[in-house]
Design a protein around this ligand. Structure first.
Ligand code: NAP
Length: 461
């Protein structure tokens, strides 16, 4: 029978679910995304309050201890982790979320494994399997993004066959445990194989495909949480997990579309073969350096300028300096636009978030399909710490590791000025022939310092 407490708990869960749905809707647009985040935080708060007032709490000691520890670690991470390290931090969150789901599942199995109905047991198996493989997969992704593990794909002959074998063994153990809950060994074998499978699933993926892997792992973590909701009979977990799972999956599909890849191609790209090292950039030539004054002159006397921000803009936190230079140029009658590549930076929407923070008007941001036809009639394209997303090899070199990934076609502009610190390569580790083209000049230095100095120089033209 429902008590007053459980009515109240379900009511807070309903409020939390509504807030989650509204927040997702608002996060689909840069102008409302920030408010969407606040709604999501409110939803999470309601869900926590709802859970804490439940009658099923046995001991407050562990809960208060966990809350305190989680709050300290979470607060410390929020303050100390730089924006540029957000993807690896997110990967860690996926790992911990998935581990929590797997641990809850293991706990439920130990306590009431034999008493569960067939549906609940299926959900439990799914939860533990997905939770375990997402844990190790996300840890590997975080390691790759943090450069602790080589970011390049780690591949060996027969890798996909081995993966297939392990996946089959894992699913067989799942089915065995599902049908025969007394087969404890099958349960733990599934768990072990899932941990191993998570590692094997992510190590062969690298270079520019990491954004897809991240959103896919996000989706797995969400689905594991939804399965946990079924096992525990917790509605808000089911709803939030499903929202997370499916929005993550939709994001993966959109990322694949943006990069002209299929999900199977990303996950099993090297099927049956060891991918050869990309025959990158037969560049051969030299990178020409431009002086600050010459760059400022080009910009000040241009009619049309396109700014192309990338990861370097984020590391340098150059978004404000970028907007200030744009405003100066606009004051001189120059038309300034911003070209946004869907995977520029290190997380989906990275550039939109940074430029919105600097109050760059949303109308000035152009997506790849909109802006690419405009490059040939552009006087100067200013590449600000972008590399892979403007690499013409992706379009021109079928042997490149990023072949087929759509790029911002800055090499078609009349003149290109590249702001970067030195000869560093992009996330994919590939050489970029754009930097050697006759139309390209390099302005070396930290992006923020270079943009500020350019703004000063433009004022003196
Ligand atoms: P990128 O290919 O990583 O290149 C960034 C460039 O910025 C580097 O060549 C670096 O050269 C320069 N740089 C770094 N710090 C700088 C600073 N302080 N000032 C000036 N320049 C600086 O970046 P991207 O073109 O934005 O491409 C994004 C890549 O990340 C893609 O391969 C994408 O697939 C991948 N990725 C994206 C996501 C996502 O969701 N958006 C997630 C994970 C991975 P120097 O060292 O010479 O300065």
């Amino acid at each position: 029978m429902m008590t007053l407490t459980s009515y109240f708990m379900e009511a807070t869960y309903l409020v939390a679910s509504i807030l989650f749905i509204l927040s997702l809707k608002m996060m689909s647009h840069p102008e409302t995304a920030r408010r969407g985040m606040f709604l999501a935080e409110g939803g999470m708060f309601a869900a926590i309050v709802g859970t804490l007032i439940g009658t099923h709490i046995i001991s407050w000691v562990w809960i208060i201890g966990g809350l305190a520890l989680g709050s300290i670690i979470g607060g410390w991470m929020a303050i100390s982790v730089p924006m540029t390290a957000m993807p690896q931090r997110t990967a860690l969150s996926h790992a911990f979320g998935a581990l929590a789901a797997a641990l809850v599942g293991i706990g439920e199995f130990i306590v009431k494994g034999n008493e569960m109905g067939v549906v609940t047991r299926g959900a439990l198996g799914f939860e533990v399997m997905l939770g375990a493989l997402t844990t190790t997969g996300s840890l590997i992704a975080a390691g790759k993004l943090q450069d602790i593990i080589a970011g390049k794909p780690i591949q060996f002959r027969g890798q996909n066959y081995l993966n297939l074998l392990i996946a089959l063994a894992m699913v067989s153990c799942f089915v065995a445990f599902w049908i025969h809950p007394e087969m404890v060994v099958a349960f733990y074998a599934m768990l072990t194989l899932a941990f191993i499978f998570g590692v094997l699933l992510v190590i062969p993926i690298g270079s520019a495909d990491m954004p897809v892997v991240m959103s896919l792992l996000n989706s797995y973590a969400g689905l594991a949480a939804a399965a946990t909701g079924f096992v525990l009979g917790n509605n808000v977990l089911i709803i939030a997990g499903t929202l997370d799972g499916f929005s993550g999956f939709i994001l993966s599909v959109l990322m694949c579309k943006a990069m002209n890849r299929s999900i199977t191609n990303v996950l099993f790209g090297g099927f049956g073969s060891v991918i050869a090292e990309a025959s990158s950039a037969n560049a051969g030539g030299v990178m020409r350096e431009i002086s600050l004054d010459d760059a400022a002159m080009q910009l000040a006397f241009a009619n049309r300028v396109i700014f192309v921000p990338g990861y370097g803009l984020a590391t340098a936190q150059a978004q404000h300096a970028c907007r200030e230079l744009a405003e100066l140029l606009e004051g001189r009658g120059v038309t300034v636009k911003y070209a946004i590549h869907p995977v520029a930076g290190r997380m989906p929407g990275h550039m939109n978030v940074l430029l919105a923070e600097a109050n760059v008007p949303y109308a000035a941001l152009y997506e790849m399909e909109q802006i690419n036809p405009e490059f040939p009639s552009t006087d100067v394209a200013v590449v600000i710490g972008a590399n892979d997303v403007v690499n013409p090899d992706a379009r021109d070199n079928p042997n490149s590791l990023i072949a087929g990934m759509p790029i911002l076609e800055v090499d078609r502009a009349r003149s290109v000025i590249v702001l970067k610190r030195g000869q560093g390569r992009g996330f994919s580790g590939l050489e970029n022939p754009l930097f050697f083209k006759a139309c390209t000049n390099m302005l070396y230095g930290d992006a923020k310092a270079s943009l500020s100095q350019l703004a000063q120089a433009v004022q003196h033209v």
